[in-house]
Design a protein around this ligand. Structure first.
Ligand code: ADP
Ligand code: MG
Length: 518
């Protein structure tokens, strides 16, 4: 278990106006942001005698900081942990226009403006490519929460003209009081391109929903989630982790939004939703609080693990240093100082997959049976292989080679003639490939060796065979116990949302995932 407080970073948005309202000073293990309130503002919004404020951050990115640097210092360590099996969350908090979306998703103009999400996807697949001894899966979901309603941004139908057209995601509670998301689709991504296409689809849906009358993106929370599983080849132990990348609604106060009618209702909702986030954070940062009000809003329910639970969490406070925004900047920094007090307990999410174990034991048994057949010489294969069988074996070899699963096996039983035939097929395919590569110099492969081969079969060894049979018996018992366990588990398993896309790593978040803050 890794106990760690939420790491807080600050990013200052570039401004054209000359400002001398802030200062950054490095300190041990971090940096201080000093904010000076301009004299003329003190009689206005800020009814406070104090004119200088100082806030401590893990790191402060000044106006000239590049997206690349923000990714390297903020996101990369979190993702390294996600790949190792620890949940991770990065969320951006700040007033509208302070650079949350720019930081999390990026700017559309230049490739170098890519934000944390596309860079993370790229990095994840790059890291996977370096671990040939492991197999991995990546699944993605994208949720927008607006006025306490959840919407699935990865609706494949592309027909949404407004947010309300997207499938509604509901928060449901099961009888064990675990919260589940109903109707949030989870999509597999085989490679970086597929993952980026999903992000693009989600962002397109997000933009369509945003009209001048309905500035949903500044008033809603967006949570892009990457589910990662990793497994050593040949092992039945799977590591699963979730990475939430969160673009929160603008944190400006409702009194300042100066709107009425529908927009006022929206502003009130956001304010309410961020207010509940604040309540959760205040409760978590106070010692000896037994009740944490996660259930008050959809966002705090979804991010429950990220706040005081089984997760490594990082926050980026985005700040504007224009004079008129100083009040909000101070409020953003104050909020982050509270967040910095929250302790999370990240656990390694590692589990034994009984299905994998069964498959492994079955494969082992088959191998042992084949070994017995060969060693005991109990079956003599002497007749010629038929042309039909040879074609079938060649097909099997081709399928085996085409299978991208590193753990795929080719099993033709204990018949040495078949095994030899497979080798022959391998050689033929290899030569064909070579020929394709150097078409000019290749000599045609006239491989016409006889397909009938005799071979020595080891003498019958009753002791060894007996031992092998014993092992098989034991393995068979283990398999049937596991199968029974699985059957029982299936019967008792609570599946309240069978109609929604089944997530690979559960899109629900169960109490057992958490560190006990209730
Ligand atoms: P928010 O999501 O907090 O409302 P945005 O990310 O949309 O704010 O930023 C507002 C505008 O400022 C956008 O046009 C964005 O491209 C620009 N912007 C924000 N941060 C930066 C930055 N660090 N460098 C360049 N442009 C930025
Ligand atoms: Mg935004």
């Amino acid at each position: 278990m890794v106990k760690q407080t939420i790491q807080i970073f600050c990013r200052i948005k570039p401004t054209k106006s000359k400002t001398s309202v802030y200062e950054i000073n490095p300190v041990e293990d971090g940096a201080h942001l000093s904010v000076m309130i301009p004299k003329e503002a003190t009689d206005g919004y800020i009814n406070n005698k104090k004119e200088d404020f100082r806030f401590r951050f893990r790191q402060i990115f000044d106006q000239t900081a590049k997206q690349e640097d923000v990714f390297a210092l903020v996101a990369r360590p979190v993702i390294d942990n996600v790949i190792s099996g620890y949940n991770g969350t990065i969320f951006a908090y700040g007033q509208t226009g302070s650079g949350k979306t720019f930081t999390i998703t990026g700017g559309p103009e230049r490739f170098s403006d890519r934000g944390i999400i596309p860079r993370s996807l790229s990095y994840i697949f790059q890291q996977f490519g370096q671990h040939a001894d492991q197999s991995h899966t990546v699944h993605v979901s994208y949720l927008e929460i607006y006025n306490e309603n959840g919407y699935d941004l990865l609706d494949p139908k592309h027909e949404a003209a407004k947010l309300e057209d997207l499938p509604k995601v509901l928060l449901m509670e099961d009888e064990d009081q675990n919260m589940h998301l109903k109707n949030l689709s989870v999509h597999a991504a085989q490679n970086e391109e597929e993952a980026l296409n999903l992000l693009f689809l989600g962002d397109t849906n997000r933009m369509i929903a945003e009209t001048p009358m309905n500035q949903a993106s500044t008033r809603s929370h967006c949570i892009f989630t990457v589910h990662v599983t990793s497994k050593e080849i040949g092992s039945a132990t799977v590591r699963k982790a979730k990475l939430h990348l969160v673009d929160l609604a603008g944190s400006e106060r409702v009194a300042k939004t100066n709107v009425n009618g529908l927009l006022l209702t929206e502003a009130k909702y956001i304010n309410l939703s961020l207010h509940y986030l604040e309540q959760v954070i205040v409760a978590l940062s106070e010692k000896h609080r037994s009740h944490i009000p996660y259930r008050n809003s959809m966002m705090t329910s979804v991010l429950r693990d990220s706040l005081g639970g089984n997760c490594m969490t990082t926050m980026i406070a985005t700040c504007s240093v224009d004079k008129r925004n100083i009040e909000e900047t101070i409020s953003t920094c104050r909020f982050s100082q509270r967040v910095a007090l929250i302790k999370n307990d990240a656990r390694l999410n590692e589990e034994l997959d009984p299905r994998l174990l069964i498959n492994q034991l079955r494969a082992e048994n088959l191998q042992l049976r084949n070994q017995i057949t060969i060693q005991s010489g109990s079956e003599q294969f002497t007749e010629l292989l038929t042309a039909e069988l040879i074609a079938k074996l060649t097909e099997q070899v081709k399928n085996y080679l085409a299978d991208t699963d590193n753990e795929a096996t080719l099993n033709v039983g204990a018949d040495m003639r078949k095994i030899d035939q497979c080798y022959r097929a391998f050689k033929k395919l290899h030569l064909e490939l070579q020929e394709q590569v150097k078409t000019a110099s290749a000599t045609p492969n006239k491989n016409s060796q006889p397909i009938y081969i005799t071979h020595d079969i080891s003498p019958y060894d009753s002791k060894e065979v007996k031992e092998l049979k014993e092992i098989i018996k034991l393995r068979d018992n283990e398999i049937s116990i596991l199968v029974n366990m699985l059957k029982k588990e299936k019967k008792t398993e609570y599946r309240p949302f069978s109609e929604s896309t089944t997530p690979p790593t559960d899109s629900s978040f169960s109490a057992s995932d958490r560190a006990g803050n209730q």
